[in-house]
Design a protein around this ligand. Structure first.
Ligand code: SAH
Length: 346
């Protein structure tokens, strides 16, 4: 079965040609998928009934079903747990900000990066998400927003999985949603978050796309970072920073660094000073994230006043930093938690 969300417009034109149909059908189908956002081929009423039947025999719009949906009473964040036809589940999250709606997409089912504070990696990596499966995640949120007359204006690849470990599908996903006949989401409004896979950062820099790069740093020295993020043994901080400078030089874009504050682990003022030293000379922004409590992980959170002191120290040393506002903390907050809870129930 062909997944219609898995094709770029060009690929769909070729596909129609291979079916003996004119190429302009692709644009018609794109319109149904991305402007009208129908859920099945039967609804594509400017295609003949015969063509619709022909397409239905070989292709499908939707491949997933919604297992659960949680809605935050605090800020309207919506977390969807979707199940695919082979039984795997992933989460996608719709967040509402004053600057617009953003959707957090998962790039893999599970994750193999093994970060010691993260829920997504608990059961290892099950499989990659295809580009179409990432598109479908986004479409769920957009359909909900349609009921409110609103649109998803930005996308963050910060769900489960490591996007740089699924590079080609991730780029194709971006091409599809960025296309003006697709969802027309500007590349500047798309953020890729990575554990710091250096070859992926270099490749992204060389592609010259104006995407925002977020790097999960979480520690400013190798000993500490390796104890939290096994990937640091393969790509230690010096190599990672070299790649970040390369990325900035190529794209002229400011890089975001994510720093999850874990109580008594990486949250001292000395840690803040090391971080400031590391980021000297690199135009960037630091997002401080109070660590989400994951029962299996047992890390404690940094107290509020210590978070503020850490921020003040960074700021006084000239680092551009903010504390990330927590979204939907009354629903299963951390990435991978809803999926893990579901797995425990079955
Ligand atoms: N693999 C990518 C993207 C997915 S995770 C990456 O690592 O960047 C998105 C962000 O959430 C990362 O910065 C990750 O380190 C962070 N994160 C994971 N578990 C967390 C937790 N329990 N609390 C706070 N942040 C967490």
């Amino acid at each position: 079965m062909v997944h219609l969300y898995d094709m770029t417009l060009l690929e769909m034109e070729d596909w129609f040609a291979s079916l003996g149909e004119p190429k302009y059908r692709a644009k018609q189908v794109f319109d149904w998928l991305y402007q009208k956002r129908v859920t099945d081929i039967s609804s594509m009423t400017n295609l003949s009934v015969a063509l619709r039947e022909k397409l239905k025999a070989v292709a499908t719009v939707s491949r997933s079903t919604e297992v659960t949906r949680q809605v935050s009473k605090v800020d309207g964040t919506v977390k969807f747990l979707l199940q695919w036809d082979d039984g795997v589940t992933v989460e996608t999250v719709l967040m509402r900000h004053d600057y617009g709606n953003s959707v957090c997409v998962s790039t893999q089912v599970g994750c193999k990066m093994g970060c010691t504070f993260c829920a997504s990696t608990l059961g290892g990596m099950i499989r990659q998400m295809s580009a179409g499966e990432m598109v479908e995640q986004l479409i769920y949120s957009q359909r909900l927003l349609d009921e409110e007359g609103a649109r998803a204006s930005s996308v963050v690849l910060m769900g489960s999985g490591e996007p740089m470990d699924n590079f080609d599908a991730t780029m194709k996903f971006i091409d599809i949603i960025n296309h003006e006949d697709g969802l027309n989401i500007g590349q500047r409004h798309i953020t890729i978050s990575t554990v710091g896979l250096v070859p992926g950062i270099i490749r992204l820099a060389d592609e010259g796309r104006p995407i925002t790069l977020a790097v999960s740093l979480h520690a400013a020295n190798d000993e500490l970072r390796s104890s939290m993020m096994p990937v640091n043994k393969a790509y230690p901080i010096a190599k990672l920073m070299e790649a970040c400078h390369y990325y900035h030089n190529k794209t002229k874009k400011r890089i975001s660094f994510e720093y999850a504050l874990v109580g008594k682990k990486n949250d001292s003022l000395d840690d803040a000073r090391q971080l400031a030293r590391l980021l000297r000379n690199l135009p960037c922004h630091v997002n401080l994230i109070p660590v989400n409590y994951v029962p299996e992980r047992g890390y404690e959170r940094t107290p509020k006043d210590q978070i503020q002191a850490f921020l003040d120290e960074l700021t006084s040393l000239g680092v551009n930093a903010t504390i990330r506002r927590e979204m939907g903390h009354d629903i299963s907050a951390a990435c991978g938690q809803l999926r893990a809870e579901h797995a425990h129930r079955i």
